[in-house]
Design a protein. Structure first.
Length: 418
């Protein structure tokens, strides 16, 4: 369940990131800045849900009595009140989600295997700047992939300076690694339309940046555009890499004609900062640290080793009376503060529920032992129970024949609040 909640948080952040990008920066000519916003922002959206800012609050607690009502009935009756088995649907949803992740990654691996096969089967030639160039008889269109430039033999033999300039721009800028990063993020966000749209826009930015590099090198704009149009059909369907003539061709030609955006508009990228702050604020939690006043000295005296605990029903403590007390806040209050301050939101479901605990107290009121009576307590429940009990060290045990005796009773700890 925690994985699904984390994934949904990341999905919401990605949607907000992409919405801001479309409104503020999508039409501008800051291609490198746009890459930083989309790629860096996507990574940030995956990291922020796991970041929890913890604020500590210390509360001084004066010694006072806090009592509980006894649990009526036997331990078996208490166990019958334990919550039913965990629902089945979180496991089913998790399985469906992981199957989708595997399907997207498998599709990419199939495409990567095809590209690798073309690279290995091609003829390796050098280039002036040391880039790895592969001349292939099987490639339908030029493309670059992981620091390698693949060019069909027909294009290589006729001379293709515009193709080399375009693909070298992809390799120099590290577009292949960036595309791989967004592919992985999209795989884990396969259900999120914003993730797919963000990856598509990032690949478009890659083409914008490569086009700008070609035109800056002195290539005639019209000749270059005609070259792109002539190879647009062959470039369709590439699952990996940066194909020459890749889509969206109309938007690329329009971007070549657009004037450079004013520098002040680059400040719009700062919209990422309040988005990050909002995420941290939403996941922040406050942890309450209780500062207990000193307890009476005799409360720490341990019971004789030979003393044996007796059920509370056999002592002077009767059902319906106050059977336990300690110095500090009530267990219900500490339980609530502990859960809300010590667990992130996706962990709360592991803590909620009724946890009956068998407690043995010494004659002086010290906690001797505690055992959860739940068949399968979660690690979060066990941690919560032990923390609550260790924060309440001073109790009142039973009295038998006018003498304090060790006592054993069942205490129901209810973590069922909303």
């Amino acid at each position: 369940m925690g994985l699904l909640i984390y994934t949904l948080k990341a999905a919401v952040l990605l949607a907000l990131l992409y919405a801001g990008w479309r409104v503020l920066l999508a039409r501008e000519t800051f291609h490198r800045l746009g890459r930083c916003v989309l790629a860096g922002g996507a990574v940030l959206c995956c990291v922020l849900p796991a970041c929890v800012v913890t604020l500590h609050r210390t509360v001084a607690v004066e010694p006072r009595e806090a009592a509980f009502q006894a649990l009526e009935g036997s331990a078996r009756q208490t166990l019958e009140q334990v919550s039913a088995a965990a629902p089945w649907w979180p496991s089913v949803l998790t399985g469906i989600y992981l199957a989708g992740v595997a399907a997207v990654l498998l599709r990419w691996l199939v495409g990567a295997a095809g590209a690798l096969r073309i690279v290995l089967a091609g003829e390796r030639v050098g280039s002036a700047d040391g880039r790895r160039i592969v001349v292939s008889d099987h490639a339908g269109a030029p493309f670059s992939w992981m620091h390698r430039i693949v060019i069909p033999r027909a294009d290589w033999e006729r001379g293709c300076p515009e193709i080399l300039a375009h693909e070298q721009a992809h390799v120099r800028a590290g577009h292949g690694e960036e595309d791989l990063l967004l592919t992985v993020i999209t795989a884990f966000q396969w259900f999120n339309p914003a993730a797919w749209a963000l990856r598509r826009d990032l690949r478009t930015l890659h083409e914008y940046e490569a086009d700008t590099a070609v035109l800056t090198s002195g290539m005639d704009r019209k000749a270059y555009q005609l070259s792109l149009i002539g190879r647009a059909a062959a470039a369709r369907g590439f699952a990996v890499g940066s194909p020459y003539g890749g889509q969206p061709l109309g938007a690329r030609i329009a971007m070549m004609r657009r004037r450079r955006s004013p520098a002040l508009r680059a400040l719009r990228a700062l919209y990422v900062l309040p988005l990050a702050a909002l995420s941290l604020l939403a996941t922040a939690r406050t942890q309450t640290d209780f500062l207990y006043a000193a307890a009476p000295a005799d409360a720490r005296i341990a019971a004789p080793a030979e003393a044996r605990a007796v059920p509370y029903a056999q002592t002077d403590i009767k059902p319906g009376t106050r059977i336990v007390e300690y110095y500090g806040q009530t267990l219900e209050r500490i339980a609530k503060d502990y859960v809300l301050s010590s667990f992130s939101l996706h962990d709360l479901d592991d803590v909620r529920g009724l946890v009956p605990v068998r407690i043995v107290l010494t004659a002086s009121g010290c906690l001797d032992s505690a055992q959860s009576l739940t068949d399968r307590p979660t690690p979060a429940q066990e941690a919560a129970v032990m923390t609550l009990l260790t924060r309440s060290p001073f109790w009142r045990a039973g009295v038998q024949e006018g003498r304090a005796v060790p006592v054993e009773f069942i205490l129901p700890l209810d973590f069922g609040w909303k």
